[in-house]
Design a protein around this ligand. Structure first.
Ligand SMILES: [Cu+2]
Length: 411
């Protein structure tokens, strides 16, 4: 067990030849004022709409060609101890030791090579959410690949397309593994950013929104740690795996073998009589980048400045992010710039979606930015807490703003 943080190691190189055996297998402009903006290829509302605009720029099944750039990352999965707020720690599955995993940021259409090493005794994958990957790289266990087993390394190779705010997450036992920390931001930077042209900005923030049932995660992680030895032995024996026909893990070769097994007495783990710990989660902590208020990082801004905030629905629940004292512009959805940015003060972030917003520094002060679902601004049921941070003007005092400096923990 380790709670050591390892930085994302990154190597970038130009290919002189295709990467053998690995991959065997948008022009966007947002011009003028927000109201006049167009985004060719990204929405169906512009006059030059073309139904083929969702097609990948490059065929996903191509391998890297000589001279194309490959960004290589090492990601190790291990069990760490993660602190959500002081006094609340959970055992977590962490990519390179952090909850969420490290942010990956690459230029559009370059290649990404991820050496994913699993140091736990469970099976895991990485799914590249929103990316037009080759099928074998999609990271769905028993769907497009076998789960990555203990001490195995799987090489994910794909072209970074399309541009925009995306994320990655484990796709095995997703409900538990994502709660346990297996997600992170994946930002694909366009060669020319149409949003930057309309709203010049220097600072940006990525906020992964998620929630956790700490009691469920702790009890299941404890059970898993106990089962480690048995699992290890089983995975080392192909003969035993075959004899089990996946019964222990719930793997069947097709729907018919599954249905036949049930007729012959197999009880799926979700059936109440077999379940034991099985239950739906009762979320009690709501997080921004793995932290709950007051431990969330603030959004810093100055008067007259634009900041970009990338919101990622990484968890299982919708969240309704509301900013006090300002309206903001919703400028991109699921990575694609909007033809006409939308003026809002509350934006819904549904699971699996990403929304980019621009906040303009127009009202000096210290402003709350939080999920407007009241449950989500609590820590274990106590307000204030949860999915909340502050928009903080660095020059607030110069503008005569006077507010008490306090950290309220609960009431
Ligand atoms: Cu996993």
């Amino acid at each position: 067990m380790s709670d050591k943080i390892r930085p994302l190691s990154r190597r970038s190189f130009l290919t002189t030849a295709g990467i053998s055996g690995l991959a065997a297998s948008l022009g966007v402009m947002l011009k003028g004022s927000p109201a006049e903006a167009t985004t060719k290829g990204r929405t169906a509302s512009s006059a030059d709409f073309n139904p083929k605009d969702t097609f990948p720029t490059y065929p996903p099944r191509q391998a890297p060609k000589p001279g194309e750039k490959v960004h290589e990352f090492d990601i190790e999965l291990d069990i760490s101890v993660h602190e959500i707020v002081p006094g609340v720690k959970i055992h977590a599955f962490t990519y390179n030791g952090t909850y969420p995993g490290p942010e990956i940021r690459v230029p559009e259409n370059d290649w990404v090579l991820v050496n994913f090493k699993n140091k736990t005794t469970e099976l895991h994958t990485i799914h590249w959410h929103g990316i037009m990957v080759p099928n074998e790289m999609d990271g769905v266990p028993n769907g497009t690949q076998w789960g990555v087993g203990p001490n195995q390394t799987f090489k994910y190779l794909f072209r970074a397309q399309p541009a925009g705010t995306h994320f990655y997450h484990c796709h095995n036992m997703t409900n538990l593994h994502v709660q346990a920390g297996m997600f992170g931001a994946l930002i694909v930077e366009p060669k020319e950013d149409p949003i930057q042209k309309v709203f010049p900005y220097k600072r940006e923030y990525t906020l992964c929104l998620s929630e956790v049932d700490t009691i469920m995660v702790e009890s299941l992680m404890e059970k898993m740690l106990k089962e480690m030895t048995a699992m290890q032995k089983m995975s080392e024996s192909p003969k035993l795996m075959k004899e089990m026909n996946g019964r222990m893990m719930g793997w069947f070769t097709n729907k018919k073998t599954f249905v036949d097994a049930v007729k012959n007495g197999y009880v799926p783990p979700y059936v109440a009589s077999r379940a034991g710990i099985t239950r739906t989660p009762n979320f009690n902590f709501f997080m921004i980048n793995g932290k709950s208020y007051p431990m969330t990082d603030e959004l810093m801004i100055r008067s007259g400045e634009n900041i970009r905030v990338r919101l990622i629905g990484a968890g299982a629940q919708p969240h309704y992010m509301h900013l006090h004292g300002h309206d903001f512009w919703h400028v991109a959805q699921d990575g694609s710039p909007l033809a006409s940015p939308v003026r809002l003060n509350t934006i819904p972030i549904f699971p699996g979606t990403t929304s980019d917003i621009i906040i303009q520094g127009t009202n000096p002060g210290f402003w709350h930015f939080h999920d407007h679902s009241d449950l989500s601004t609590t820590n274990n049921g106590l307000f204030p807490g949860g999915m909340m941070t502050m928009l903080m003007y660095e020059d607030a005092k110069q503008h005569g703003v006077n507010v008490p400096e306090i950290v309220q923990v609960s009431s």
